[in-house]
Each structure stands twice: as structure tokens, then as C-alpha cells.
Unconditional design. Structure first.
Length: 269
């Protein structure tokens, strides 16, 4: 009959295609969404840690000022509302007293080392090893000159060699604005003359002779003093000639306290 449809006129039904394994293609499994969220949260956590670890001091100050303005208070609480959240105090721009003391101590030590280094160069250049010695101690810088270099036995008149060396030493001392002490020492050998009734007078006169020459060579008179200690501050035994020779000496001392007072802006005399 003419109104009957043929098989070719009937539309075909769409049948879903099977996947390669014979099952239907249903997309990614459901657990992938949870896993992606977890990875995202972890990434945010580490980014936050990185940002906190690289926060600059100025940025932190701006944050604190912003919090103060928002809260209407002059200080921000050290502990936040959450457990474990701590806001550390902003470092003060003014150094603390302990920091000032440490800085001053470093400056003093550096100056002591520089003075000692210059004197050592002088000793090496003039080949004075054994006659002139320099050391650093808790007291400061101690320049020790043997009496064999400076004086004749029992006398306080400087030798020509002693005058030459002291003039070279004075070139270093004249550059320094610190108080320096010149100390005379003898051994236990007694002396009794019209000019030097005891070792007190001899040691003091030797120290004074060194001071006079240093002042004549340019050292500021207000920054130098002479002291005599006779035989009462030995550095070696008086039982041997070698020990007694070590005890007969003149010391030029830059005391650590004098350098500290100068750095602190105080008078050293």
C-alpha cells in the first residue's frame, strides 16, 4: 500500500557507544575532586608559609600600624585570638643598652689591635726583637722597652739608641687621642746615691725621662703621665740575671678604660 512506511523510512535509535573495555564512559572518578581540593589547600598553606617567612621588617611595621589604627589602640596584643598565633614586638629603632655596650667593646678591641699592629711593624722594621715588645691584655696595649735599650745601669739619662727608637714610637702615639701611662720598673738590686736614694726615685726618673722625650716629639702633654714602681711589679724572677734584666723596663700603656672613655665622649685626664 502506498501509505505504508518502508524499513528505510524508520529512524534508527541512537545507541551509546561502549568504551574500549566494554563498559560505559562515565568521566573521572568521584575521588578526584576531593584529591584536587586537598592539593589546592596544601599549595595555599605552603604559599602562606613562604610569604610569612619573607616578610620584611618595614612591611611588618606597616601591618602593625594598620592594626593599631583599625583597633583604635596604641599597642597590639602579643597573643592573638587563635591558639598559637603570636605577634612579636616590632624591633625598636634605637639600639638597646646591651647592643651599645657590645658595639663599644668591638670598637675598643679593634683600636687596640690596630695600635699593637703598628708597633709590631715598627719593631720588625728596626729589628728590635727582644728589646721592644708589644702585647694585648685585659689592661690594654702594653709596649715594653728594655732598660738596656734606654739607659745605662743606675742612670736615668736616655741613650742615643733609646732616643731614636722613642722618637719613632712617638710618631704612632702622637696620632692617638687616648691617655697613655709610662711606667718605670727596676729589679731588686738596691741603689743609694745622692741623686737616687732608692729604686723609687730611679724608676720614676726613668719614666719621666721617657715622657719628656715623647712630649718633645709631639705627644699631647695632657694625655700622658709618668709613674714609678721600683722593684715591686716584677714580670720575672729576680734570682737570675736574665730575670732581673726583664724586670728592668719601661712600659708605655694604652689602657682599655682610657680608650673606652674617649669613645664614650668623656675626658681622659
Amino acid at each position: 500500500m502506498a501509505d505504508q512506511n518502508t524499513e528505510e523510512d524508520v529512524p534508527a535509535l541512537a545507541v551509546p557507544a561502549d568504551d574500549d573495555e566494554g563498559g560505559k564512559n562515565e568521566g573521572a572518578p568521584a575521588w578526584m575532586a576531593t584529591f584536587a581540593d586537598l592539593v589546592t589547600l596544601l599549595m595555599c598553606f605552603f604559599v602562606l608559609l613562604f610569604a610569612m617567612s619573607t616578610t620584611q621588617q618595614e612591611t611588618f611595621k606597616e601591618l602593625v600600624e594598620s592594626l593599631r589604627s583599625a583597633l583604635g589602640v596604641q599597642s597590639v596584643p602579643e597573643t592573638g585570638t587563635r591558639e598559637g598565633l603570636t605577634m612579636h614586638a616590632v624591633p625598636s629603632e634605637e639600639p638597646s643598652e646591651s647592643q651599645k655596650i657590645d658595639e663599644l667593646g668591638g670598637m675598643i678591641q679593634k683600636e687596640i689591635e690596630e695600635i699593637a699592629s703598628e708597633v709590631r711593624e715598627l719593631i720588625l722594621f728596626n729589628k728590635l726583637g727582644g728589646l721592644v715588645n708589644v702585647s694585648e691584655s685585659e689592661t690594654g696595649v702594653v709596649i715594653t722597652l728594655s732598660d738596656l735599650l734606654l739607659f745605662s745601669p743606675g742612670a736615668a739619662t736616655l741613650s742615643e739608641k733609646g732616643v731614636d727608637i722613642l722618637r719613632q714610637v712617638s710618631k704612632i702615639l702622637a696620632q692617638l687621642a687616648y691617655h697613655v701611662k709610662v711606667k718605670g720598673h727596676t729589679d731588686v738590686s738596691p741603689i743609694s746615691t745622692g741623686k737616687y736614694p732608692s729604686n723609687w726615685e730611679l724608676s720614676s726618673s726613668r719614666a719621666a725621662a721617657v715622657v719628656r722625650l715623647l712630649v718633645q716629639s709631639g705627644v699631647e702633654p695632657k694625655l700622658i703621665s709618668a709613674e714609678g714602681y721600683a722593684q715591686y711589679r716584677p714580670v720575672a724572677t729576680n734570682d737570675t740575671e736574665k730575670g732581673r734584666a726583664q724586670n728592668r723596663r719601661v712600659e708605655i700603656i694604652y689602657e682599655r678604660d682610657a680608650i673606652a672613655r674617649t669613645f664614650a665622649g668623656m675626658k681622659t685626664y
